[in-house]
Each structure stands twice: as structure tokens, then as C-alpha cells.
Design a protein around this ligand. Structure first.
Ligand code: AMP
Length: 397
């Protein structure tokens, strides 16, 4: 069955059409600047060249219409008509406590996702617009919602509660939810399979290091802790997000810089992380690495602070799991930046971890980068959130 995977943001829309038999993508692309001037759609059919087409997209319905047209057109389309798309899987950022697993979309599910809008005001409304647009254009096709938060719903209370008055949890459901769940679930399960180990009897730590970044502790196939919180701002230092900090800093900056709370939060979300730490040099690790090698002190500071934070989280999750069998690195940085893996693992000698630098410098596929005598296996496992969403979708339709 061909499954269309949709990841809808406020002004962008990523898509992949996946053949569930081969588990390979047959077309993929991205619509950008939806609702703005200069909208553009990128479309790549498998084995073909990327096409970039400027086309007005006043709303998401028009963006999805263009996606469906690209997939079905006579020249570069990959299916004859929409009947050849068996189901649509939608990535939904926040499922609150309501959704501990993926679910087939109906009116009730849409209403329940809406109830989570408060928890992810930038993401969930955009995800819902994507669902609405697809339902208009493909009214008979079954659709599934796959939640970023679902995998983390197995965390115990002690891991998800904050040290805040309990009534805030009761009244507003303020707690740790965690994100990147689809990736943490996919990578941990896939790593166990790749390593030939029993997923249901394994202590794992997954480091998803992309532009957004999070760590999770996975015990016997279930998430027991994760670094992102009520929102994706908590935890690791990220591309432009601060991650953990003293909450009193927010008022301090607001007073000193004469800013409102939301202006400070904007700084914490968009101007901080390695971007801010490096003196606004870049949020991209390729730039930071070359600047570091050229002797740029702030680039070095950003890299060192970033890796130290990852290592501290790994240490705390070793405590949470009372040991660890496998540590996985994934996502843009985790998969492509050997220097980050080396710098993180330098802190982990006490666990009996040693890294094989030849393996660490290889690119591409699933790979073990620890030495044979390392007490803990360290592996690079490329994530594939779209495939994970397609699998969930197939399982439910
Ligand atoms: P993601 O959010 O998973 O797509 O990751 C994107 C980030 O991965 C980029 O912002 C870069 O910081 C990083 N990245 C991608 N490719 C490389 C590379 N070849 N070397 C180092 N970092 C990379």
C-alpha cells in the first residue's frame, strides 16, 4: 500500500509517499511559505531530479492540492490517481495525556487534538489544518494521527512531575511530556534489531541530536524518562533553543533588557542554543565545527558546552536505568558529526565505554562505533520518522 506521510507546520508542509511493501519512499518534498508571498513546492520522485516550482499557496488546502497533483501528474507523478494512495499518516506534535498511541482520525479524535492546542500553540493548530485539508481533498482515504509525545507516555509519575504545586498538574496538566517520540521509538527498536538483542530486555539511551535535540531512557522497550518537557524548550542545548536553565533568568533578562515574557521566550527559543553561545555565528554544526577548527573560541565554547550537557544527561539516565546496555546517536548531528560523538563519549570512560575512531568516522548506515571490548555498545542509528509514521499508519488501517 502507498502511504502518504504529512508533517504540517504553520507555513510549511513536508511529505513523503512510502510503499509499505518495500518500506522505501517513492516521492518526497516540501511546500514552503504557505500563506505568504513566494510559495514554493519542492518535489522529488524516486530516481528523478528534484523539481522546484513557484506556485501561490494561500492556504494548506492549496499546498496539499499541489502535492497530490505532483504525485499524480502524467510526467513525473508516481501514482496514476488518488485511489493508489491507501492511507495518510499525519505527524501530530502534542497528544497530551489523551494519546498514548497512534489512532485513526475521526471527528472525536480531531476534537481531542484541539483540546491539546494549549500545550503546543505553534504546532497543533497547524497539524490540524493539514488533517482538515487532506480530508477535504481525499474524503474516503483513511487517516492516522501519530503523536510526537505518545512514546513517552509510559514514563512513571516521578519522571514526569515537576517540583511545582500539584494543583497546576491537576488544573492545567503541567508535566513533562517529551517530544521526538516517533524517532526515539523507531531508533531504540531498530537498534535492538540491528544489534540482535532483545528489545524487551534492554537498557538503552537514545540521543536524538538534530536542530531540536532530546535524550530518552528506554527500559525494556518503554520510555522511562526524556529530556524535553511540557514544551520542546527543556533539556539539551539545541540549535537555537537554550534547553535547561535557572527559571529566574527569565525575569532577570526581562528586567535588564526591558522585554516582555514572550520576548524573552522568543530569545530562549530562537536566539539561544549553540547559535547564541557562539556569538550568533551559526546553529549549524558544520559551520561550528569548521570555525572551531580555525580557532574560533566561541565556536569551541558552543561545542564543548553542547557535548557536556549531552554527557550529563546520559549520566543521569544511567542512574535512572540503573545501568545501560546501548547508547544510540541519531538525527542530523548525531548521525553526521563524529566530533560530537567523540566529545560526548570522552566523559563516559567510567562506564567502560571506548570508541573505535575508524568506525566513528564512517558515514551512512547503522553502525557500531564502540570497540569490541567496550562495556556498553555505542551505535549510530539513522532515524526515519516518516517510515515510523507509515508503519504506524499501516498497522491501524
Ligand atoms: P535535523 O534537525 O535532524 O535535520 O538536523 C539538522 C542539523 O544537523 C543541522 O542544523 C546541522 O547542525 C546538523 N548536520 C547536518 N549535516 C551535518 C554534517 N554533515 N556535519 C555536522 N552536522 C550536520
Amino acid at each position: 500500500m502507498n502511504i502518504l506521510v504529512i508533517n504540517c507546520g504553520s507555513s510549511s508542509l513536508k511529505f513523503q509517499l512510502i510503499d509499505s511493501d518495500t518500506e522505501k519512499w517513492i516521492a518526497k518534498g516540501l511546500c514552503e511559505r504557505i500563506g505568504m508571498e513566494g510559495s514554493v513546492i519542492n518535489y522529488t520522485p524516486v530516481g528523478g531530479d528534484k523539481e522546484v516550482t513557484k506556485s501561490p499557496m494561500p492556504d494548506h488546502t492549496e499546498a496539499i492540492r499541489l502535492v497530490l497533483e505532483a504525485l499524480t501528474n502524467d510526467k513525473t507523478g508516481v501514482v496514476k490517481n488518488l485511489d493508489e494512495i491507501g492511507a495518510v499518516g499525519h505527524r501530530i506534535v502534542h497528544g497530551g495525556e489523551r494519546f498514548a498511541s497512534s489512532t485513526v482520525i475521526d471527528d472525536k479524535v480531531i476534537a481531542a487534538i484541539k483540546e491539546c492546542n494549549d500545550l503546543a500553540p505553534l504546532h497543533n493548530p497547524a497539524n490540524l489544518i493539514g488533517i482538515d485539508a487532506c480530508r477535504k481533498l481525499m474524503p474516503k482515504t483513511p487517516m492516522v494521527a501519530v503523536f510526537d509525545t505518545a512514546f513517552h507516555q509510559t514514563m512513571p509519575e516521578k519522571a514526569y512531575m515537576y517540583g511545582l504545586p500539584y494543583r497546576y498538574y491537576e488544573k492545567y496538566k503541567i508535566r513533562r511530556y517529551g517530544f521526538h517520540g516517533t524517532s526515539h521509538a523507531y531508533v531504540s527498536a531498530h537498534a535492538a534489531e540491528f544489534l540482535g538483542l532483545d528489545y524487551n530486555n534492554l537498557k538503552m539511551i537514545v540521543c536524538h541530536l538534530g536542530n531540536g535535540a532530546s535524550v530518552s531512557a528506554v527500559k525494556n522497550g518503554k520510555c522511562v524518562d526524556t529530556s524535553m518537557g511540557l514544551t520542546p524548550l527543556e533539556g539539551l542545548i539545541m540549535g537555537t533553543r537554550s534547553g535547561d536553565l535557572d527559571p529566574a533568568i527569565i525575569e532577570f533578562i526581562a528586567n535588564k533588557e526591558n522585554m516582555t515574557l514572550s520576548e524573552v521566550l522568543n530569545v530562549l527559543n530562537k536566539k539561544s542554543g549553540v547559535y547564541g553561545l557562539s556569538g550568533d555565528l551559526s546553529s549549524d554544526f558544520r559551520d561550528l565545527e569548521s570555525a572551531h577548527l580555525e580557532g574560533n573560541k566561541l565556536a569551541t565554547l558552543a561545542l564543548e558546552t553542547y557535548c557536556y550537557r549531552v554527557a550529563k544527561y546520559i549520566g543521569s539516565y544511567v542512574a535512572a536505568l540503573n545501568g545501560v546496555d546501548v547508547i544510540c546517536f541519531t538525527a542530523g548531528i548525531g548521525e553526521n558529526a563524529p566530533i560530537v560523538r567523540t566529545m560526548v563519549c570522552e566523559y563516559l570512560g567510567y562506564l567502560g565505554i571506548s570508541i573505535d575512531e575508524t568506525e566513528n568516522n564512517k558515514r551512512g548506515d547503522d553502525n557500531i562505533i564502540s570497540t569490541k571490548d567496550s562495556k556498553v555498545i555505542v551505535a549510530v542509528i539513522p532515524t526515519n520518522e516518516e517510515l515510523a509514521i507509515a508503519r504506524e499508519t499501516l498497522a491501524l488501517v
